[in-house]
Design a protein around this ligand. Structure first.
Ligand SMILES: NC(=O)c1ccc[n+]([C@@H]2O[C@H](COP(=O)([O-])OP(=O)(O)OC[C@H]3O[C@@H](n4cnc5c(N)ncnc54)[C@H](OP(=O)(O)O)[C@@H]3O)[C@@H](O)[C@H]2O)c1
Length: 409
């Protein structure tokens, strides 16, 4: 609908400019408009007991977001609230999450749950559904990782990464699906470039993300075959400026060297919101991410050399890793959006997902600066990047005891 007056009328009726594809959603929108009397609602003071529908593209949609306490999830909370969503937020750091929503005046249910535990994952969904009275959108975003080569990573840490990042997401989706079917709802998942590419030093994480992609793609087809109306979207970003790297459990005893260029967490959060509003099956987010993926697909030998360089970059970190990291429990009670990684907007994401992802005007300069820094650092680290750092196999590794899982070791 291009005509500005027509758009203004639709805005006044809080109808979208483009019709949703699903007939159920169209009927829903028309009914809502009729119930509103087809008139613009004036900003009158609400009478006691009268619930005024929220404005925004997700107005009164009931949204469950996992991994809401830090990084991308934390950045997504105010964006979802601004779109009028009614929120249930899941993480282990419930206190940090409660403090954040209280500070911002966001009305949300905070659910404390460890998604590596099936019972807790299922309970989280049940609590959210009971509180919200149903579910329209699930944003599956929680993830965790262990850093190190296969021979360094303890098998329990490997399994735990998969349990949180993959199995936890499966448990949440399984429990949420019947409720989403009732509402022809949407699942949006934070994937990763590692859903589509390998990444040495993060093999358990890459395995979990590949599995998540395979799982969700299969379920999307199942839902289609059942005509359930449930739609599934995945957003695959490259490196993001979040605390994930700094708080990942490390099997090498050192933190991975931070990436020299990353996307801001709110870029990915905006992409999740855009997909919650209008689901797209898979979005490989950003130009850099797409370039790396394409390189790997079209010239695998060159792509693998790039991944080898990335691996050596990560392994050239010199700072001691927090022991035992956040894989098994909460180590840092405070929670933040940023991980102090040089970050920027994406230059390409707005082409993929629309104006809400328009980059800040300074983005090309920030990108140029970051790439300049990469060049200088790579030149300084040339010796390290040429020769691999030797592995510290699991048995006898000095950091192993400190990495022990609370119960299982
Ligand atoms: N950072 C990157 O470079 C990058 C790149 C591509 C994709 N991603 C993906 O982006 C998503 C968000 O990660 P992020 O980068 O924002 O990292 P983050 O800041 O570490 O956030 C991870 C979130 O997951 C939650 N979480 C971790 N373990 C959990 C558990 N056992 N049970 C429940 N919640 C748990 C954390 O909350 P609590 O600790 O409070 O439980 C936190 O809210 C993840 O799916 C990640 O794989 C990240």
């Amino acid at each position: 609908m291009r005509h500005p007056r027509a758009r203004a009328h639709l805005r006044a009726l809080r109808l979208p400019h483009r019709w949703p594809r699903r007939p159920g959603r169209r009927v829903d929108l028309l009914l809502r408009a009729l119930l509103r009397g087809g008139r613009r609602r004036h900003a009158a003071r609400p009478r006691a007991g009268v619930v005024i529908p929220r404005a925004g593209a997700l107005a009164d949609r009931r949204v469950l977001l996992t991994g809401a306490s830090s990084g991308v999830g934390r950045a997504a909370v105010p964006l979802l609230a601004a779109e009028g969503a009614r929120l249930a937020l899941v993480a282990r750091r419930a206190d940090a999450l409660r403090a954040m929503v209280a500070e911002r005046g966001i009305d949300a249910l905070v659910i404390e749950a460890d998604l590596g535990d099936r019972d807790q994952a299922r309970r989280a969904v049940r609590d959210a559904v009971a509180h919200l009275g149903g579910l329209d959108v699930l944003v599956s975003n929680a993830g965790a990782a262990v850093f190190g080569h296969l021979r360094e990573v303890h098998p329990d840490d490997f399994d735990r990464t998969v349990a949180v990042t993959f199995t936890g997401a499966v448990d949440v989706v399984r429990e949420a699906l019947p409720h989403l079917r009732e509402r022809h709802g949407t699942i949006v998942a934070t994937g990763s470039l590692m859903s589509r590419l390998p990444l040495p030093s993060w093999s358990s994480y890459a395995a979990a993300k590949h599995a998540l992609r395979g799982f969700l793609t299969s379920v999307a087809i199942e839902e289609r075959s059942q005509g359930s109306g449930v739609r599934i979207a995945m957003v695959h970003p490259g490196p993001i400026d979040t605390p994930l790297f700094a708080q990942a459990s490390s099997a090498t005893g050192r933190t991975p060297r931070v990436p020299p260029d990353a996307y801001r967490a709110d870029v990915v959060a905006k992409a999740l919101v855009a997909c919650a509003i209008r689901p797209r099956r898979e979005i490989v987010l950003g130009g850099e991410t797409r370039a790396v993926e394409l390189l790997h697909r079209l010239a695998p030998a060159v792509g693998e050399r790039v991944l080898l360089g990335i691996d050596r970059w990560y392994r050239s970190g010199t700072e001691s890793a927090p022991v035992p990291g956040s894989l098994w429990g909460v180590r840092d009670r405070s929670a933040r959006v940023s991980g102090d990684i040089p970050a920027r907007d994406s230059l390409l994401a707005w082409v993929q997902l629309g104006r809400r992802l328009a980059p800040a005007p300074a983005t090309p300069w920030v990108l140029a600066r970051n790439l300049g820094v990469v060049g200088v650092r790579a030149a300084r680290l040339v010796g390290v990047l040429r020769s691999p750092r030797s592995e510290c196999p699991v048995p006898g590794h000095p950091a192993r005891d400190g990495l022990a899982a609370p119960d299982s070791r």
